[in-house]
Design a protein around this ligand. Structure first.
Ligand SMILES: [Zn+2]
Length: 466
């Protein structure tokens, strides 16, 4: 990033107290409780992706433990200890970056110094960042201290890769998994920062920045910083999209709508538009997957689900789309798009793969699933007319009905099927297209059920996907 004369926003707005920490309530609550109850574990392990506040939280915790005049459980931020920890000068708080210091010699000073009492604080605290990088020898050297640390010593480990930390270490720590910060939480924080900085920014511009940051507050703040230095104190969605190669929220939602309604022409023209304006196509695939994932969540848990990562505007669209399509189909569309995203890593012709995959996804979205048909069969058994009507309703836009022969006379409304006197010869309904796996195809029992659905013709059996 270009060097700026002002304090970088991530630094300026780095949380100083537990209250400031965004999106990690589950961790903060436990740490506060530990301080309140005076039950501080010997070692803590913070695991989570980069830029979500592991180091920040470690420092706040260290300050809270060593603060001379804490306000409740919050560090005061003003005493000598707080200020020294914040600036990395505290004699009693040692930070080690294991990414660059991972050898036995690097941890030796720690092992040698633990026995000495803290200079001016309650605890001697060792913060070891990217601890998964420590060599086995270094861990072994540390293990004994970790097993029986002196009463005044506390360890805080942080890592992006929890799986690489040895089980013997993990079992000696209180482990916390930090989450990616939700998009709407990042938007709220960015809004707060903009207000403080006197920047006017469109809501969708902040959303675009948050989307670009993928759950990392630090990245979001640096992006905002970058945008302000490019564009001044008015930030629009267009600026943000342009800088990060993202597409607008509405364009993405329109593409999702085209997939759900099987509108091939709209899908192709959207992709053409994105590609010709130099958008990051892989990114679009990821965001589309996120959209459909949210759709699955909305359908399963409703608009207030905690796991929904969407702003109120997005939720509105999700609700509208959730009503339009059966949940089973959305799930399969998700599957198709996830498959596409996976393949994108290996192909050269990104655009072609996206076009073909999304057209296939749109066919999936407009094709009745086996579950729908099975349900219809059961309903049909209980109530013959209703189920048949339901299958017809879920089938893609009906093919133009064949014109009845005696049509020269006055056009009269078609009589309803149920009213017809001859049930043994039902009027053919629009074809139901099935994607069946090989195993279902070979199952005579399932097949006999499927072929017993009146009016549903099985016209196309697709090759199963890998
Ligand atoms: Zn203090």
């Amino acid at each position: 990033m270009a060097e700026t004369t002002h304090t970088a926003l991530p630094l300026k707005y780095r949380p100083m107290t537990f209250d400031d920490v965004v999106g990690q309530e589950h961790v903060v609550r436990t740490l506060r409780h530990a301080i309140e109850a005076g039950r501080i574990a010997n070692a803590y392990l913070f695991i989570g992706p980069r830029g979500i506040g592991k180091t920040t939280l470690s420092r706040i915790f260290a300050k809270a433990l060593n603060c001379q005049s804490p306000r409740g459980v919050e560090p005061c931020g003003e005493c000598v200890n707080c200020r020294e920890i914040a600036s990395g000068r505290s004699l009693d708080v040692t930070e080690l970056d294991a990414a660059s210091h991972n050898k036995v010699e690097d941890v030796k000073p720690i092992i040698e110094s633990v026995e000495f009492k803290p200079a001016s604080s309650r605890f001697k605290i060792y913060i070891i960042d990217e601890c998964h990088m420590l060599s086995n020898a270094a861990w072994n050297a540390l293990l004994k201290t970790l097993e029986e640390p002196p009463a005044h010593v506390r360890f805080i480990f942080a890592t992006t890769e929890g799986d690489k930390v040895l089980p013997t270490i993990v079992s000696r720590c209180q482990r916390f998994d930090l989450r990616r910060i939700q998009t709407n939480d990042i938007v709220a924080r960015l809004k707060h920062v903009c207000e403080k900085e006197g920047i006017s920014a469109e809501e969708d511009a902040l959303l675009a920045i948050a989307r670009g940051a993928e759950g990392g507050m630090r990245d979001a703040l640096s992006s905002l910083d970058q945008l302000i230095s490019f564009k001044g104190d008015k930030v629009t969605e267009e600026d943000a999209l342009g800088v990060f190669g993202l597409v607008s929220r509405t364009a993405l939602e329109d593409l999702a709508r085209a997939i759900l309604t099987g509108d091939t022409a709209a899908i192709l023209s959207s992709i053409e538009m994105f590609d010709s304006s130099g958008k990051n196509m892989r990114r679009i695939a990821g965001e589309l997957l996120q959209h459909f994932r949210n759709l699955v969540v909305v359908q399963a848990l409703g608009p207030n689900a905690k796991s929904l990562t969407a702003t109120p505007e997005q939720v509105k669209t999700l609700m509208e789309q959730a009503r339009q399509v059966d949940a089973g189909r959305v799930f399969r569309v998700c599957d198709q798009i996830a498959d596409m995203e996976d393949k994108l890593r290996y192909v050269l012709s990104v655009r072609t793969l996206i076009e073909m995959s999304l057209i296939r996804a749109s066919r999936i979205a407009t094709t009745a699933t086996i579950e729908e048909l099975m349900k219809a069969v059961e309903e049909l058994r209980a109530n013959p007319s209703s189920a048949a009507v339901k299958i017809a309703a879920q089938v893609p836009p009906p093919a133009p009905a064949p014109v009845p022969e005696p049509s020269a006379v006055a056009p009269r409304p078609e009589p309803v099927a149920a009213n017809r006197p001859s049930p043994e010869k039902p009027k053919p309904r629009p074809d139901v297209e099935l994607s069946r796996r090989k195993d279902i195809l070979d199952d005579p029992k399932l097949n006999s059920i499927l072929s017993s659905i009146p009016g549903a013709t099985i016209v196309d059996i697709k090759e199963p996907r890998k």
